[in-house]
Design a protein around this ligand. Structure first.
Ligand code: GLC
Length: 438
């Protein structure tokens, strides 16, 4: 009989769910569940709307002119509760703010030197602490961006792209002084704010040994073993941080894509190349389909005002994330390549599959290699249920047939991205073989 032979000889790779899914990932769990974060770049560069730190480093403007912006940083309309409110409205579960960028100006009242907003700017006060407090009040997880590079510090080797103050090999005493300084600033962040996440940047200018990356990491973890650290501590971090560049293959550990809303991190009034809500939602669906997070950038003006386009983007994303909450947050990466031509996620117990269908795509939605019986297909946020048809199922073969899902009625479609909730009988079982005939 053909059927019995098949069970033995047919190449069946059955995956019961994806192994380890839904298990507790310890300190990384909240991060993996959070999916969306908002990245705030706020510093003296948001006075004239120039490139954050890079403007002087790349010789687009003289250093002194760049630094003079501090004299006009007012924080005049800054209301951290409004910021937090907007961030929460987007659906984001965490935020990361630039405590100090490569230009070396700290937003908080650092005791390590005088280069800070409270000491130098007309704002005249620590602008980081009130934001931290607002996050804590709201339950938003807090990440602090900290640049290891400090191009303004007299003991830091680099300053402009083509000039350095000195070489470490020639003056280790000077470099040790800088190390003591930057590690002292990190200790201040640790002691004063105890953030949930440390977002380091600028590691590329020195080696792990030069930064003493292990020591930095250990000091943080000694204070809070649950603190999460990004990978830009010369690889001594807990998750990967691709920047702007979208991964095509599924990364094999926790990851977060950081991406600007337009083409710049900081406030840049001349840059109106904004991504549309549809584009961001499409990218975001793709990211969570591959188990990652999106850290989306905004750049407030020096007075704390957030550009209208950024507010609009966050609000539109928020309408979508709230409507489709169960398919986004607390889910895990969806189907591996080959089963569905689009993004998907899975409930942690892998009994519910969520398919993301771009608005333009009302054609035939079909699935391959799903061994489970489908109990129900429902359009999230509506009362529409869809029928499906199993096509090409051979009675004697364990290879599952194709699942053709009925066309979506226009009235059930989301403005940007529709999400189908598919209830499976039991945990997801996938056929990953190459077909076969006996
Ligand atoms: C880069 C840039 C920096 C920006 C950061 C955000 O490393 O140096 O300007 O803040 O990426 O990811």
């Amino acid at each position: 009989m053909r059927g019995s032979g098949i069970l033995v000889s047919c190449l069946l790779v059955m995956m019961t769910g994806i192994l380890c899914r839904g298990q507790n990932d310890g300190k990384m769990q909240w991060f993996k569940d959070a999916k969306l974060g908002i990245f705030i770049h706020w510093g003296i560069y948001s006075v004239d709307g120039v490139d954050e730190s890079w403007a002087f480093h790349n010789r687009k403007m003289p250093y002194d002119q760049y630094m003079a912006q501090v004299k006009r940083f007012t924080a005049g309309h800054y209301n951290p509760d409004d910021w937090v409110h907007l961030i929460k409205e987007s659906g984001a579960r965490y935020t990361v703010i630039t405590s100090k960028h490569h230009d070396g100006i700290a937003l908080w009242n650092t005791g390590e030197n005088d280069r800070s907003i409270p000491r130098l700017a007309p704002a005249g006060r620590d602008v980081l602490t009130p934001f931290v407090d607002a996050c804590r009040r709201s339950g938003l997880k807090l990440g602090l961006y900290f640049s290891l590079i400090d191009w303004s510090h007299p003991d830091y080797p680099a300053i402009l792209k083509d000039s350095v103050r000195y070489k470490i090999a020639d003056d280790s005493v000077r470099w040790n002084r800088f190390r003591k300084f930057f590690q002292g600033q990190i200790n201040e962040l640790v002691d004063r704010y105890n953030p949930d996440l440390y977002w380091f940047d600028g590691d590329w200018e020195h080696s792990a040994e030069e930064w003493q990356a292990d020591k930095v990491r250990n000091n943080i973890l000694k204070h809070n073993p649950n603190a999460i650290i990004n990978s830009r501590l010369t690889g001594r971090g807990d998750y990967d941080t691709p920047e702007q560049n979208f991964p095509v293959s599924r990364p094999d550990r926790a990851w977060e894509l950081c991406m600007t809303a337009n083409n710049n991190w900081g406030y840049h009034p001349d840059d109106v190349q904004y991504k549309t809500p549809y584009e961001v939602i499409t990218l975001f669906s793709d990211i969570i389909s591959h188990g990652g997070n999106l850290l989306l950038g905004i750049g407030p003006r020096e007075d704390g005002w957030i550009p209208d386009q950024q507010v609009h983007l966050l609000k539109e994303i928020g309408k979508w994330t709230h409507k489709h909450e169960e398919a986004i947050f607390n889910t895990v990466a969806g189907l591996p390549y080959g089963h569905y031509y689009g993004p998907s996620t899975l409930s942690k117990d892998s009994t519910i599959l969520y398919l993301f269908v771009p608005t333009q795509n009302r054609g035939s939605i079909y699935l391959k290699g799903i061994s489970n019986k489908i109990l129900d297909i429902y359009v999230l946020g509506t009362d529409t249920h869809l029928n499906h048809k199993i096509v090409g199922k051979i009675s004697w073969s364990p290879v599952p047939g194709l699942v053709f899902i009925d066309q979506l009625p226009i009235t059930a479609m989301d403005k940007y991205m529709t999400v189908l909730k598919i209830r499976l009988e039991g945990k997801l079982k996938l056929y990953r073989g190459k077909g076969g005939y006996n």
